[in-house]
Design a protein around this ligand. Structure first.
Ligand code: SAM
Length: 418
């Protein structure tokens, strides 16, 4: 979501980017507030630009994103070199705000949720990129007790289908072959009588689009209709990111996740039964207030049972104005760290084993470009979202190719083209 917003920010400003802040006329720090660490990182990176402003008083310095929304005008009093603060909903106003700062030399805070056209600014599309995100939803209506997203991104707004399709067509015309539809609880999308499963089929009608992905899904809103659409629409990839957060019903209830472990397993089992070679990834929080050793063991049990392809796991981080931040029985930080290490080690083994199991198989890979580590290799992804590197002298970017897998590592597969 933040990457997508950064692309929109680039487009809204419309001037070339530089990697050297010393050469910049405008510096924008786009921020995330989901955990305290990210929040602190944002504030410390703001400090880094103080000396630049001193040597170049015309430099415009702005902070955007969730930290900007969270602290608003407090940021201006904290950092005298900061010119503007702009929340994630207000990106369409960015160009106007920069102009005002440059001409009037005023300091501006824009954290309103009432932006008339919240999706108006499209992301900047980098030439030759064959994959792209497309936002179909902003904000979130869920009430997860740990989560700051509804506070900093506002209530859920579902983007109209015509609007989504016009961005999708624009991307496909630019050569995009794979679109990932994004939203905080993307599968809860509905608009004008249409449900998310209908939207997948509508997007799938775009001729030269090869693949559709979507993230992040909310377990409770995962319908049979959606599973059936994933099964029957060949463009929809066989991968789902479905955060479970905990394997304990007690913890899930305290998190207000509105589903049980049994419900979650039912969705996962239906997906695995209905869709061939289905890959499932997840997010888990450890050390949530009140989480006992028994609860944590339930989480380990769930991870062993589901065998996630990948799983992002986090130590619970209390966030301002969230119900969990004032809950009783906080978990000792060292205990939470130990649980995180155990969980990550278990998942590492599962991921490695799953990747090794691919050895000898032939995978259809959408080629995205050169491999990061070896310029003689190309890199692509399978429908299950596994990264595959393989040697090729040909430029196959945007092509679907068959790759025989020769090796499986923790984060990628290595293969040869057939
Ligand atoms: N909308 C997503 C959802 O339905 O869960 C959440 C997106 S959030 C950017 C990504 C992940 O961060 C969450 O799934 C959760 O595991 C983790 N997370 C959110 N709040 C957290 C907190 N206060 N402490 C630790 N991890 C957190």
């Amino acid at each position: 979501m933040n990457d997508y917003d950064s692309q929109r920010i680039k487009n809204a400003i419309g001037i070339p980017q530089t990697d050297d802040p010393g050469k910049a006329d405008i510096v924008i720090i786009n921020t995330c507030a989901i955990r305290e660490k990210a929040d602190q990182k944002a504030l410390s990176s703001l400090g880094k630009f103080k000396h630049l402003k001193k040597s170049n008083p015309n430099l415009v310095v702005g902070m955007t994103g969730c930290v900007a929304q969270l602290y608003g005008d407090k940021l201006l009093s904290k950092a005298s070199h900061l010119d503007f603060v702009l929340g994630p909903r207000a990106i369409p106003k960015l160009a106007e705000i920069i102009k005002d700062v440059e001409i009037e030399r005023t300091r501006i805070v824009e954290t309103s949720y009432d932006i008339e056209e919240p999706f108006e600014i499209l992301p900047y599309h980098e030439n030759e990129k064959v994959t792209s995100f497309l936002s179909i939803q902003q904000g979130c209506n869920k009430k997860c007790t740990y989560c700051i997203v509804p506070t900093v991104r506002g209530k859920e707004i579902n983007r109209p289908v015509e609007d989504i399709m016009s961005e999708a067509k624009y991307l496909v015309d630019k050569g995009v072959k794979e679109i990932t539809l994004i939203g905080q609880t993307v599968n809860s999308w509905k608009n004008d009588g249409l449900k998310f499963a209908d939207l997948l089929n509508i997007v799938g009608e775009l001729q030269s689009l090869e693949r559709i992905r979507f993230t992040t899904s909310y377990p409770r809103d995962f319908t049979k209709k959606l599973i059936n659409t994933m099964k029957t629409n060949p463009k929809v990839c066989s991968h789902i990111h479905l955060p479970v957060q905990s394997g304990s019903n007690e913890v899930l209830s305290n998190m207000k996740r509105t589903y049980t472990v049994e419900w979650y397993l039912d969705v996962v089992n239906s997906l695995k039964e209905e869709i061939k070679d289905m890959a499932i990834s997840s997010d888990i929080i450890v050390g949530f207030p009140g989480e006992t050793e028994y609860d944590f063991n339930q989480t380990l049990k769930l991870v062993e049972q589901v065998e996630f392809d990948t799983c992002f796991s986090f130590k619970y981080s209390p966030r301002p104005a969230t119900p969990a931040a004032v809950m009783e029985n906080p978990v000792d930080s060292d205990i939470a760290s130990r649980r995180l290490t155990i969980l990550q080690e278990l998942q590492r083994k599962i991921t490695c084993k799953k990747n090794e199991d691919r050895i000898g198989k032939v995978e259809k890979v959408l080629v995205e470009g050169k491999s990061k580590n070896d310029f003689n290799h190309l890199m692509g992804r399978t429908s299950q979202n596994r990264i595959v590197n393989f040697g090729s002298k040909e430029d196959l970017c945007g092509k679907l190719v068959n790759i025989k897998i020769n090796n499986g590592f923790q984060n990628s597969l290595l293969g040869s083209i057939l």
